[in-house]
Design a protein around this ligand. Sequence first.
Ligand SMILES: [Fe+2]
Length: 271
Amino acid sequence: MITNNIFSSLRLRQIINDLKRRPLDASKDLSLNPKTFDKYLKGKIKIDENFVRKAVKVWPVNISDFINPKYQKSTNYKVMRFKDSFKTKRVMKRGGKDYYEYRDTVMDRDAPFRPEWIRELVYVKSNSPNEKDLKWNRGHLLHQLTYFVGEVNFYYIDKNKKKRTAVMNTGDSMYIAPYVPHTFASRNRKCEGYIVAITFSDKITNEVQNEILNFDKKKIKQVIFNRNFTDQNKVTVKKFEEKQKKTKGPLHIIELAKNKIIKTANFACIR
Ligand SMILES: [Fe+2]
């Protein structure tokens, strides 16, 4: 019996049962010799792409109905070491210049989070959000939580469409909602700071996206983009207060709790 195949013989049996077909009827549908079909059913012949292509053409079933749910095994925990993370290192350019160095961190197919280690390769002399080397993105569908290490600036466009800078340091963090344009740069000449950016999807899962594909462009614009979201808080910045830096030894939970989540960026901190 083939157990590590992407397509499942048990699922095939379930499908033909649901379609009220005996193996003999099913083999006729697929123009297969009944003995050969029986081998597919018993898992003695591997169900391959050609078999599934034919089956979904002949029967009112989906490709996913044939997928073996045990093909991918889940694990309880995962550890990713520095050396493995380092191997995934890649440098992204923007405007022809090195902009970010990316490295993977631990991820799991069953978790909705996609964390990345990102080093900012552009050094900025001032905290102006109009620095010429900054290259902005247009935002993305995924939500993003970001944790900061070192002297890194976070730039975003606020609800009044104004460019903003949040001056971030070790221990600071931020959240941005989907489609908030943003970028990052280093205030450290050697660009020694980095961020851990955790992106994740919410309600608009891949299934929902596939569903939306059936709408025409005008409809998509009406349903998604014409809604007024300006009253919502799309950016949250949490500062790790200055006094914490003086604390020697491990951080106390109670002190961390005193840090308030500031609903909009704390511009008082912009130097
Ligand atoms: Fe992002």
